[in-house]
Design a protein around this ligand. Sequence first.
Ligand code: ZN
Length: 238
Amino acid sequence: RANEKATPLPLVVLDPGHGGKDPGAIGISGTYEKHVALAAAQELRRRLLATRRYRVELTRGRDVFIALEERVAIARRRGAALFVSMHADAMPDPGVRGASVYTLNETASDGQTAALAQRENASDRFGTPHFQNTPPEVARILVSLVRQETRTGSARMAKSVVTSLGRDVKLLPNPARHASFMVLKAADIPSVLVELGFMSNRADEADLRRPAHRTKLAGAMARAVDAYFAAGGERLTG
Ligand code: ZN
């Protein structure tokens, strides 16, 4: 029986955005992004644990502030096989709505996403300034350290999320986007950031307040995680 000692289940680290003194985006009717992100992550955790195929940990399980850099560090320390950051930010245009998925790239896919990453990265203004003072050349090196296979895994996961979410909820046009998000900078862990919708849109905000909608989102994301690992998404070593 010694040989039957099971390899540990892959660890999925879910990262509810913002928290504590950083509320994230605040919706038109007063909903805080940090609360929606945590509720959605907790629902997704329940879904994933129910499959008995994964271990699941949250970077925060309550309303506390965690710097972006620390979120990445938590995932690395715990040996995450997949990192999923969950958000519901605001867009300057209140008409913009729908879910979308982001991967790391030093060049943004479009202006809207570049601005989103800039706002998202500014979350660290609530903590000790660290990354925000990183000179551009150092930032470039950080990005180039992200290995190709990690990028490939991240891109595959993003595609999986888009396919799965697209069946159940409204998506942003061109829903798979990329930019230089600090929280996606783990060099060896495939990482995606999911915008479950936008707090700046009345319909998205109303949806995200509803547990039934978050259940639908979590179900779709759990399917995406399943598809990712079924296709061989194990952590790459060496
Ligand atoms: Zn956010």
